[in-house]
Design a protein around this ligand. Structure first.
Ligand SMILES: [Zn+2]
Length: 253
């Protein structure tokens, strides 16, 4: 089984932000344990007295407003976020990053979270289809952070099978998405950092986190399938997602 852990960054309601990102990481089932162990180790170095009390939440680490991040210098906080992302950078190739960046003003009549969720389910399903074609016949499961989705996505997941039919693309998912508490799942905490890295890249033009994991996005033949940038009126966008698609199209016979 391949597990796609997702979390969001940015808020649908915050008018000061242009983008909302849903993103995370797909891992082979046994890799969840490896990632958990690596992040537990990082938590031990952060607070040897209470490593299990440490929750890696990128925006909280970055803001340094609450314990245990309050006493950190800005570069130490950035270093912690990068250390979390390096766990993904160093993971075996079956760990793939996925993210959808939604420019909220481009979809005035839709919930941006719904746009991103629909897009990522479809991308994950196609990824599983490609794996199947290469002999790895596995099902997939989407696992989401509970706190962020209690409104939109829990409702969507109730009608997931019907939605799957409506989209006509969801074939390889084993069940409806699961919702877990981010405090209890290190892999959800990694997903939070992936979403945050992508959000910083698009919202603030700050690519120092994104660059660490850029090569981990699902890609095939130079086209970065794992990253989607949904923004209207930006046909010459130079981001890796848009550029790789234009290049891929120009090479297609
Ligand atoms: Zn783009």
């Amino acid at each position: 089984m391949h597990l796609l852990y997702l979390d969001d960054s940015g808020s649908a309601a915050n008018v000061k932000e242009d983008y909302l990102v849903l993103g995370g990481v797909s891992v082979y089932e046994s890799q969840s344990h490896w990632i958990t162990r690596e992040l537990d180790r990082l938590a031990e170095s952060t607070d040897p007295g209470d490593p299990h009390g440490i929750e890696f939440h990128a925006s909280e680490i970055f803001s340094r407003r609450s314990a245990p991040w309050k006493g950190l210098k800005p570069e130490e906080a950035r270093g912690t976020i990068k250390s979390v992302l390096k766990v993904l950078a160093n993971a075996y190739d079956t760990a793939r990053a996925f993210a959808c960046v939604v420019h909220k003003a481009s979809f005035p009549d839709r919930d941006p979270m719904e746009v991103a969720f629909e897009d990522l389910c479809s991308r994950f399903d196609r990824y599983l289809g490609r794996l199947r074609a290469s002999g790895d016949d596995q099902r997939g499961l989407v696992i989401l952070d509970k706190s962020a989705y209690e409104t939109t996505l829990q409702q969507m997941s109730v009608g997931f099978r019907t939605l799957g039919t409506r989209w006509g693309v969801i074939r390889r998912l084993a069940d409806t998405p699961l919702f877990v508490d981010s405090r209890a799942s290190r892999v959800i905490q990694l997903a939070d950092h992936v979403a945050y890295a992508v959000f910083r890249r698009y919202q603030a033009g700050d690519a120092q986190y994104f660059d660490l994991i850029a090569s981990k996005f699902d890609a095939e033949g130079g086209v970065v399938h794992g990253l989607a940038h949904k923004e209207l009126g930006n046909p010459a966008c130079m981001c890796v997602a848009c550029m790789s698609r234009r290049t891929g199209e120009s090479f297609r016979p």
